[in-house]
Design a protein around this ligand. Structure first.
Ligand code: SDX
Length: 391
C-alpha cells in the first residue's frame, strides 16, 4: 500500500502526483511551487500566493494587478443567495451555511460545467476565490442576527472581508493594519497542503467532471470535521476545559490513559512527524496580534501544554508536535471571531488550494473518475434461505 494507506492506483483520482505543494513531514518542510512557506509568509501577500498556486509562477506587477482587479470585481453574490441564507435557522453553524451556499453557486453559473474550457475555468475559479469571503461574512452576520454588509471593492481582499464581518458599533473587531496583515499571513499559511482530507474530497468529487462549485462544496464538508478544519475550534474548547496551567498534568494523564478517545487537539499530523512549519510562523504572528489586541489568557496554558507535551515520552515516541491549528484559534479569538468561524477562516484561503488542485486534475488527460477498490471482509457466497427456515 502506498503512503496514504492506499495504493495510489486505488484512489486513482487523488493521483498523489502533483506539482503544486511539496511537504517533507520528517524535516518539517512546506513549499508552494518550490517556494518555502516561511519566505512567502514573510515577503508575499495572499493574492500573490493565490496566483502562484494557480499559475505555477510568481506574477509580474501587471499580472498581479489584473488578478487582483478580477478577484475584487467578483466579490458580489446574486441577491437570491441572500434569501438562501435567510432560510437558515438563526443558530445555523456558519460552516454549514458556507458549504450549502457554495454548492448553490453551481445553480447560478450553469456555464461552470464547461470544465474543459480554460477561460470558463478561470472565470469560475476567480468567482470562487472572490465570493468565499462574502459568503463567509454573510453566513456569520446571519448567525449573529445582523444585517449583511456588502463588499467594498476599494478595499484589499482581507480588509474587505473584515469590513463585511465587523459588527456595527462594537469594538469586538479592532480593524488594525497589524491584524489585516496577520490575517493575510494566516491565509497564506492555510492556502494549500497537498492531498489532505478536504483536497482529496475536491479531487474525488471533481473527477466525475462536475462543476468546480460542487467539487469545492465537498471540500468545505470535509474541512468542517473536528479532525481537520474544526481542530482549532476544538483546541480552544480543550484549553478552556483544562482551565489553568496547574491542571495540565491531569489532562495529559487522561490523554495518555484514554486509549485514543481523548486527543491533544492541535497536535499530531498524518504527514508531519516534526513541528508543522506553519505553526512556527503562527506563533510569531500571535505575538504581533496580541501586542494589538492584548494577550489571549489561554495562551499561557497553550505554551505550557506544548512545553510539557514536547518533553513527554508518549508524544515524543509518537512524533506528535503542534500543527497549524494549535495556535491559530487563539489569534482568531483575539481578533474578535467566534469559534464557529474558525473552520470558515480555514475554508476561505484553502479555496485557492482546492481550485489549483482541481484544475491540475481536470487538465490531466490521463485523469479517470475516482473509483477506489475495497478489501472485502464480509460473508462468503451463500444461498437464499426462505423466511420459515430462518432461525
Ligand atoms: C489539519 O492532512 C493535512 O494536511 C491536514 C491539515 C491541512 O492543512 O489540510 O494540515 C490541517 O487537519 C491539521 C490536523 C488538525 N487535527 C487535529 O489537531 C486533531 C488532533 N490530531 C489527531 O486527531 C491526529 O493527530 C490527526 C488526525 C491529525 C492525525 O491522525 P493519525 O495520522 O491517524 O495519527 P496516527 O494514527 O499517526 O497516530 C499515531 C498515534 C496513535 O496512538 P497509538 O494507536 O499509537 O497508541 O498517536 C496518537 C494516536 O492515538 N495520536 C494522538 C494524537 N494524534 C495522534 N494522541 C493524542 N493526541 C493527538 N492529537
Amino acid at each position: 500500500f502506498g503512503l496514504m494507506g492506499y495504493d495510489p492506483a486505488f484512489l486513482n483520482t487523488a493521483n498523489c502526483k502533483s506539482a503544486i505543494t511539496f511537504i517533507d513531514g520528517d524535516k518539517g518542510i512546506l513549499e508552494y511551487r518550490g517556494y518555502p512557506i516561511e519566505q512567502l509568509a514573510e515577503k508575499s501577500s495572499f493574492l500573490e500566493v493565490a496566483y502562484l498556486l494557480l499559475k505555477g509562477e510568481l506574477p509580474t506587477q501587471k499580472e498581479l494587478e489584473n488578478f487582483t482587479f478580477n478577484v475584487t470585481h467578483h466579490t458580489l453574490v446574486h441577491e437570491n443567495i441572500k434569501s438562501f441564507i435567510d432560510g437558515f435557522r438563526y443558530d445555523a453553524h456558519p460552516m454549514a451555511m458556507l458549504g450549502s451556499t457554495v454548492a448553490a453557486l453551481s445553480a447560478f453559473y450553469p456555464d461552470a460545467k464547461n470544465i474543459k474550457d480554460a477561460r470558463s475555468r478561470e472565470i469560475q475559479i476567480t468567482r470562487l476565490i472572490a465570493k468565499m469571503p462574502t459568503l463567509a461574512a454573510f453566513s456569520y452576520r446571519h448567525a449573529m442576527g445582523l444585517p449583511f454588509v456588502y463588499p467594498d471593492n476599494d478595499l484589499s481582499y482581507v480588509a474587505n472581508f473584515l469590513a463585511m464581518i465587523k459588527r456595527i458599533g462594537t469594538s469586538a473587531f479592532k480593524v488594525h493594519p497589524t491584524l489585516e496583515k496577520a490575517l493575510d499571513v494566516l491565509f497564506i499559511l492555510h492556502a494549500d497542503h497537498e492531498q489532505n482530507c478536504s483536497t482529496t474530497s475536491v479531487r474525488t468529487v471533481g473527477s466525475s467532471q462536475v462543476d468546480p462549485y460542487s467539487a469545492v462544496a465537498a471540500g468545505v464538508g470535509a474541512l468542517y470535521g473536528p479532525l481537520h478544519g474544526g481542530a482549532n475550534e476544538a483546541v480552544l474548547r480543550m484549553l478552556r476545559e483544562i482551565g489553568s496551567k496547574a491542571n495540565i498534568p491531569e489532562f495529559i494523564k487522561q490523554v495518555k490513559g484514554g486509549e485514543g478517545e481523548k486527543k491533544l487537539m492541535g497536535f499530531g499530523h498524518r504527514v508531519y512527524k516534526s513541528y508543522d512549519p506553519r505553526a512556527k510562523v503562527i506563533k510569531r504572528v500571535a505575538d504581533e496580534v496580541f501586542d494589538v489586541t492584548g494577550k489571549n489568557p489561554l495562551l499561557e496554558i497553550a505554551l505550557e501544554l506544548e512545553r510539557i507535551a514536547l518533553e513527554d515520552e508518549y508524544f515524543v515516541k509518537r512524533k506528535l508536535y503542534p500543527n497549524v491549528d494549535f495556535y491559530s484559534g487563539l489569534i482568531y479569538e483575539a481578533m474578535g471571531f467566534q469559534a464557529e468561524m474558525f473552520p470558515v477562516l480555514f475554508a476561505i484561503p484553502r479555496t485557492v488550494g482546492w481550485c489549483a488542485q482541481w484544475e491540475e486534475m481536470v487538465t490531466d488527460n490521463e485523469q479517470k473518475i475516482a473509483r477506489p477498490r475495497q478489501v472485502f471482509t464480509g460473508a462468503a457466497r451463500r444461498d437464499y434461505v426462505a423466511q420459515d427456515k430462518r432461525k
